[in-house]
Design a protein around this ligand. Sequence first.
Ligand code: ZN
Ligand code: ZN
Ligand code: ZN
Ligand code: ZN
Ligand code: ZN
Ligand code: ZN
Length: 342
Amino acid sequence: MASLKKETPVNERENDTCHCPICLEKVRKPKYLSCYHTFCEACIETYISSTATHKENETLLKSIECPVCRTCIKAPRNDISNEEWASELPQNKLVLSVSVDPEQDENKYCMFCKRLEKTVTAKYWCKACMEAICEDCKLLHRAAPILQNHKIVNLSNIKEMNNEVEIEESCNLHKGKILDVFCHDHQELCCSVCHVKQHKLCKHVDTVEDIAFETDRNAMKNIALKYADLEKVLEDMLLENLNKTEKLIIRKHEICMNTDKKVEEIKSLLDNAYAKWLKRFEQNHADSIGNIEIASDELKRFSTTVHEVRMILHSVLKCGSSKQLVITNHKLKKQISAHITR
Ligand SMILES: [Zn+2]
Ligand SMILES: [Zn+2]
Ligand SMILES: [Zn+2]
Ligand SMILES: [Zn+2]
Ligand SMILES: [Zn+2]
Ligand SMILES: [Zn+2]
């Protein structure tokens, strides 16, 4: 495993250009938030417009959450427009300088001259100004003491342009001041003003230049390798999660299918049982009604016989002899008992 890791083509990763986490394209006009996440200016402006919120209390500054790390980022002022907010964000000069594209329209003409409303083809790139310049403005760099140290390279020499990049990072708190001191006690990069104001009593403060002198590039390369490993681990974990989700979806489908099948089976069993019960119930019902009808019929006949018997007995009593009465009574009794037997 360890030997495998050493073979990871980290160089390929080193050459990866910086991509905007919002549009996923090569970042254009890179701007960074205070959490150091970098986005295209246009992308972060759109993001601010759609997500910036005012807290209930209007006196609090409006804010956004960083789209990557969710850190709360406050607007510099409350009356600032979303466009101003995006354009006032600091430029990520490092990202800008490692991704300079001489073919891009804004690098075709000298920026110095453009400010004087002149259009002059640019031939060079000043690594400190981060701008394309013309022949004359290259000479101007030599003449002005403040510009003399700027590294100027040929715009056509991409290799040289991407070499020995050195950006003078400016302090976010103190305009125009360069971050050139590191306080070990606070683990913070500071400008000369920060140093005097907040780190005067700190014991371990070095200039960035001194630290750079002692920095072991190989150790840094190892750190880069570690980050590449970490990225791989995270990619693997994400892939694993994706697989888990996929498996869960398949399992859900299976469970639903099986349950549906079982429910259908139970339904059909219930339907059958109901149909059988209904059939038997209807039969029993019809039988009961039939029996009652038969009994009623018999009762009607019996009732007729009783009526007749009563009428005959009545007339014999009225005009028959006693002997006739005995005979008739016997006959009638037999008629009645025949019914009772039935
Ligand atoms: Zn973007
Ligand atoms: Zn962030
Ligand atoms: Zn010029
Ligand atoms: Zn310059
Ligand atoms: Zn400062
Ligand atoms: Zn300090």
